[in-house]
Design a protein around this ligand. Structure first.
Ligand SMILES: O=c1ccn([C@@H]2O[C@H](COP(=O)(O)OP(=O)(O)O[C@H]3O[C@H](CO)[C@@H](O)[C@H](O)[C@H]3O)[C@@H](O)[C@H]2O)c(=O)[nH]1
Ligand SMILES: [Mn+2]
Length: 741
């Protein structure tokens, strides 16, 4: 165990553990053998280049493979950074309780973001809000802010209803220590009351929650709020008829003023402060998506509560662990090791993933292996949700050793709520940031679809550290997209963001030079260069198969000693990945599914992201933020549960996927037929590796063939995609390969 707070004489509030040394050495040894295999492959490619004169197609194909293998090799070296040096954190919240009285604990501001009441239903949003309102933390110290980028009256209505329901829900949670504290998640799972709770109390609350759900859903459906007078006196009056999602004034409404204690729960206890904010939007002003709303929240909260700790979650990511605030504080408040910690990131876990998820959604290996390694290098990334920040660090402060945080500093500039709301509104106008450092040096960064990662990197480059905390009871649960199209679009946005960072002056290697460790720079680049995998992968899954069809051999014969490094690298890499996956809790089917998703993402999302990034760098296009839908229609969600991939509509990404799948099937069928007809079984000797590669690609693409030929439901691949793919595959397969290029 590292880091005892020896000099302060106080026992530490958290512990850091490293795996046994022998495991680390064994991994290094293994990595060394794979590296040796890679070097031999490169050597083989360089020394066996076919003469150009005999077959120029073979020469070109060979060169391309060499380039692809060089790329894979370098990328693999980068990925070593997320396998060496993991650390695991454990918190000791009992010590925190012993050391700090409740009134000495710091204030915490929690930000929840939503942007569209259709894609993000208000009921989902308020379930998240209620879950964070019910944290096991003194209500006077807790302030919840909801940013509604749509400026939707329906969302405010839902939040108002939630504030009423909270008066019953929070005391219930605290009295019976229920988990999780999202009422929707709780009632979906619990079918009987907690032990000491009477059935009447439980069923009354359950009914009340059902009433809330029905009323919010029906208002969301109709888009009209009830005429009843109570709603008119609130911020509802501020909506004018012509306000739209993209054009509306700033609205700040304090729904529960924790300071005034006018509003108490049914037991007479204080409730956390609850604020609704819709920042101003104008068509001609760039609003910078989520980053813009987070920065507006930082400013608005600074005049209302100004807590030294800020936590932010996406609207679909409810708190699943009521102890998370205290856990996170163990890091910040540790006298010896906490001074330079800027943020504590929790992993992203999903509530809606099914067993043997077809999209490989459980990201267990990333959560269990990659992230602890980033932490080991001193800098877990900021992933935009489920993250506790030190306000000062988020607002641009450079770390210095003599800096001491004043945890009790929360200020409230005025007692009058009207005045407060007025000041807060002026901080949420779209002109406020003109000629300021907001979005550049202050707050969350603008101009990148991955505002979170670049912001985290910048904070680390200012001398701060971050930690990763992955407790057994998950801190947060969100919604994973459950349709292929949505996943690919989401990954395209992320990949574009990562590549943009990697190719800019904010790249981890440039910005982080001498500021963060080399291992961390490489760790960032693992995702940073996702996009660059796209070209070699696309090459590897098409050219060797086409060459197989045409009888062009590109790999050593199975009897040649050069076959050994190829076989070793592939078998070693894939078995290691399978073992890791199983160790982290995935099933073998999930591993196989995630390999398929890797392939799909690389040839579609990553490829288009790379192309779009180049276009953006040339000034041809601008990056946006395609919101991920959090609702799936019921047929589609049934298909998801049955493990059917959801295609449905025409998209360029589906065309690429279908084309690669069709191409491989054609090459396999006609390639095998050609060898047998012309050369007999001995003809396979030189083509065996390609035949196996082609067969594996056919096997992994099985769901695509199903969607192309077998399925009748509305999630199959549309005929237009099949048609375009056929039109591409056909000429490719009959293209003569003996032309001199
Ligand atoms: O203009 C916008 C767009 C989005 N959001 C909010 O941002 C969050 C994330 O959007 P979502 O569509 O769910 O994107 P995801 O791809 O699921 O988000 C992941 O990736 C984002 C970066 O691309 C991070 O910001 C998120 O935290 C991370 O969960 C949601 O709460 C949205 O309401 C806004 O507030 N304003
Ligand atoms: Mn999301």
């Amino acid at each position: 165990m590292a880091g005892s707070s020896a000099s302060s004489g106080r026992p530490p509030l958290f512990a850091t553990e490293k795996p046994a040394r022998v495991a680390a050495y064994a991994y290094r040894l293994f990595a060394g053998t794979v590296l040796a295999g890679l070097l031999l492959i490169w050597l083989y490619r360089a020394t066996h280049l076919p003469p150009r004169s005999s077959s120029s197609a073979r020469w070109w194909a060979w060169l391309g493979l060499f380039a692809a293998e060089l790329c894979f090799g370098f990328y693999w070296v980068l990925t070593l950074s997320v396998r060496l040096s993991p650390v695991y954190r454990r918190v000791l919240p009992d010590r925190l309780t012993q050391r700090y009285k409740e009134e000495e604990l710091p204030g915490v501001d929690i930000f929840v973001c939503t942007a569209d009441p259709t894609l993000e239903p208000p009921m989902l949003v308020i379930s998240t809000v209620l879950s964070v309102m019910a944290y096991d933390y003194p209500a006077e110290k807790l302030n919840i802010y909801l940013s509604d980028d749509a400026g939707s009256v329906v969302t405010l209505y839902a939040l108002y209803e939630a504030s009423e329901f909270a008066k019953h829900w929070i005391p219930f949670c605290k009295k019976y220590k229920v988990e999780p504290r999202s009422p929707a998640a709780y009632f979906a799972r619990a079918d009987s009351p907690p032990d000491i709770c009477g059935p009447k109390e439980w069923s009354t609350l359950k009914e009340m929650h059902k009433g809330l759900t029905d009323s919010v859903n029906s208002i969301a459906h109709s888009g009209k709020i009830p005429e009843a007078s109570e709603y008119k006196v609130m911020g509802f009056t501020q909506w004018s008829e012509d306000a739209t999602y993209k054009d509306h004034p700033s609205i700040v409404q304090v729904l529960i003023d924790g300071n005034k204690r006018k509003t108490a729960d049914i037991d007479g206890n204080a409730l956390p402060t609850l604020v609704y904010m819709a920042r101003e939007k104008k068509l001609q002003e760039h609003h910078h998506f989520k980053a813009g709303s987070l920065n507006a929240l930082i400013r608005v909260s600074s005049v209302i509560s100004n807590s030294p700790i800020i936590m932010n979650v996406d609207c679909d990511m409810y708190s699943n662990n009521s102890g998370s605030i205290r856990d996170a504080l163990c890091f910040f408040l540790d006298e010896e090791q906490g001074q330079d910690i800027a943020f504590v990131q929790y992993p992203q876990n999903f509530e809606n993933v099914v067993h043997n998820d077809i999209y490989g959604n459980p990201i267990n290996t990333v959560n269990e292996l990659d992230h602890p390694c980033l932490d080991g290098w001193g800098g877990m990334c900021y992933y935009g949700t489920g993250c506790f920040h030190r306000r000062e660090a988020l607002c641009g402060r450079i770390y210095s050793e003599d800096y001491k945080e004043d945890w009790s500093k929360a200020v409230r500039k005025t007692e009058e709520v009207d005045e407060l709301e007025g000041t807060a509104r002026s901080l949420a106008t779209c002109t406020y940031e003109h000629n300021t450092l907001w979005g550049i040096e202050k707050g969350v960064r603008y101009g990148c679809p991955l505002e979170d990662v670049i912001t985290g990197l910048q904070i680390q480059c200012r001398g701060w550290r971050s930690v990763y905390y992955n407790p057994a009871r998950k801190g947060f649960l969100g919604m994973a997209p459950a349709s292929l199209g949505q996943i690919l679009v989401q990954h395209k946005r992320w990949t574009e963001g990562f590549l943009q960072i990697s190719l800019s002056k904010y790249s981890p290697f440039l910005l982080g030079h001498r500021k963060i460790k080399l291992g961390l720079q490489m760790g960032y680049s693992v995702c940073g260069f996702w996009a660059l995998n796209s070209f070699p992968t696309l090459y590897y899954v098409t050219i060797p198969s086409l060459c197989f069809l045409n009888g062009i051999s590109l790999f050593p014969q199975i009897t040649s000693p050069w076959f050994v490094p190829f076989a070793y690298v592939v078998v070693a890499a894939y078995s290691c990945s399978l073992v890791e996956s199983l160790q982290c809790g995935d099933t073998a089917v999930e591993w196989w599914n995630s390999q398929r998703m890797w392939l799909f993402r690389r040839i579609s999302s990553y490829l288009l992201a790379a192309i779009d990034t180049i276009r953006r760098m040339l000034g041809i296009s601008e990056s946006g933020f395609a919101l991920t839908a959090k609702v799936t229609d019921s047929d589609a969600s049934e298909r998801y549960k049955k493990g059917r991939m959801e295609f449905g509509s025409f998209s360029l990404m589906f065309v690429i996927i279908a084309t690669v799948a069709l191409l491989n099937m054609t090459c396999m069928l006609f390639g095998v037929a050609r060898v047998f007809l012309h050369e007999g079984a001995t003809g396979f000797e030189a083509l065996l590796v390609q035949a196996v590669l082609c067969a594996l690609l056919v096997a992994i693409n099985f769901p695509v063939y199903e969607a192309l030929f077998l399925r009748k439901d509305s999630g199959k691949l549309p005929a237009s995609v099949s048609l375009v793919s056929f039109c591409i595959v056909l000429p490719l397969c009959i293209l003569p390969t003996n032309i001199q290029i």
